[in-house]
Design a protein around this ligand. Structure first.
Ligand code: GMT
Length: 376
């Protein structure tokens, strides 16, 4: 099939899912065209993969550049030039409405272009619910040829926040487990935990929804009971404030900010515990990637996290904001070698349930069914 993929090209997990899906489809022989404003960070070179940049002009009349229109024109152009069989757009805003517009333009020219919208989380739980977006999001979800959500929790949120009459299919996020099976690297451990401390890690885009303050609080609490160090990977609007908070604390010498990394798993695999303190999380791909490295997870129980992090198996869950419970959970996992080994095994087993080999055929089936539909 010839598939167009629209996504955010940055470090956001929706872009990572879209990119890894496209790469896997290309590997299976499909031709994949990525259409976005910058080269997706995880995009690798492949003979079946093409990248089309959406370039917005800086015409002085526009205080706000009409990205959605330029994207639509590019979709029309690529669909015609490459003979796309379908479009798969990741993150509803503004990709789903741009895809619908492109579909209508092509329809007027007698060209059929079905599109699938995959909902990732904040497009529904935060931004999409805003009245300034809601009617457009509802409309474009209704008009998509298929809508998927990355967890049961996100599907439930979607159906409760939007007056949808249509089906929403859950297709969970995935991880290619073979790529994540790194053994802990003694050199990295010696660098980050030179005195044999347990090593905690958090990966996020440092947005308020991640509650990185709670990572700092749970770490301070845990340090009262055991020697630990903390790595913070990623960057975003809260990073400076958290770094300032860190410098003012007594624990800062045990905390390192590593910034954005294209392959965080290379460090995560050498850690003992992954911490995710989010207020809301439709899935929590970063946690799944950690599990695939054999790293158990202490997380909140919000959104789709209980579908990914199984309490008592791959890690432990606690209510949002309860950093003392998170510290107690961390101690329960790391406190003795048998428990750590049990959770490590549980994390690997849980990651196996989300292996790419299980999820890719579900997307391919959906693509086939959408392409086979008679009408737009
Ligand atoms: O978590 C973020 O802030 C990034 C966001 C995105 O759109 O890239 O992530 C969302 O999509 C991911 C991939 O499906 C999910 O794993 C994340 O849980 C989800 N984030 C939220 O729901 C906050």
């Amino acid at each position: 099939m010839r598939i167009g993929i629209v996504c955010y090209p940055t470090f956001g997990a929706s872009g990572v899912v879209a990119t890894e899906l496209g790469m896997a489809l290309a590997e299976k022989g499909h031709t994949v065209h990525f259409i976005t404003y910058d080269r997706p960070v995880r995009l690798r070179d492949h003979p079946n993969v093409f990248y089309h940049e959406v370039r917005v002009s800086d015409y002085p009349l526009f205080d706000y550049q009409p990205y959605e229109l330029v994207l639509t024109s590019k979709l029309v152009d690529v669909a015609k030039f490459a003979g796309l069989d379908l479009l798969h757009v990741h993150y509803a805003i503004p990709h789903a409405s741009a895809a619908w517009m492109a579909q209508k333009i092509l329809e007027a020219e007698g060209v059929r272009l079905p599109f699938i919208t995959t909902l990732h989380g904040t497009d529904i739980t935060l931004v999409g619910r805003d009245p300034s977006f809601e009617p457009v999001i509802t409309f474009s979800m209704e008009r998509s040829n298929a809508v998927t959500a990355v967890s049961e929790s996100l599907k439930k949120d979607t159906l409760s926040h939007f007056p949808l009459k249509r089906e929403v299919q859950v297709i969970p996020n995935f991880v290619c487990v073979d790529q994540y099976r790194h053994e802990p690297d003694p050199k990295l451990r010696a660098r980050f935990a030179p005195n044999g401390e347990k090593l905690l890690v958090h990966v996020s885009n440092f947005r308020p929804v991640k509650r990185v303050d709670d990572v700092m609080h749970m770490f301070a609490e845990l340090r009262k009971s055991m020697p630990v160090r903390l790595l913070l990977i990623g960057d975003g609007p809260e990073r400076q404030r958290i770094e300032t908070m860190c410098r003012a604390s007594q624990n800062c010498h045990s905390i390192q900010f590593l910034g954005k990394m294209t392959r965080p798993e290379e460090v995560v695999a050498s850690c003992d515990l992954f911490v995710l303190t989010s207020e809301s999380e439709s899935f929590g791909l970063a946690a799944l990637e950690a599990m695939a490295c054999g790293v158990p997870v202490v997380s909140t129980d919000s959104g789709g996290l209980p579908e990914v992090n199984i309490h008592g198996e791959s890690g432990l869950l606690s209510p949002v904001g309860d950093f003392r419970a998170m510290a107690a959970n961390a101690l329960a996992i790391l406190g003795d070698p048998a428990s750590q080994a049990k959770y490590r095994k549980g994390a690997l087993a849980q990651a196996d349930r989300f292996d790419l080999s299980l999820v890719l055929p579900i997307y391919e089936e959906l693509y086939k069914s959408v392409v086979a539909l008679e009408t737009v």
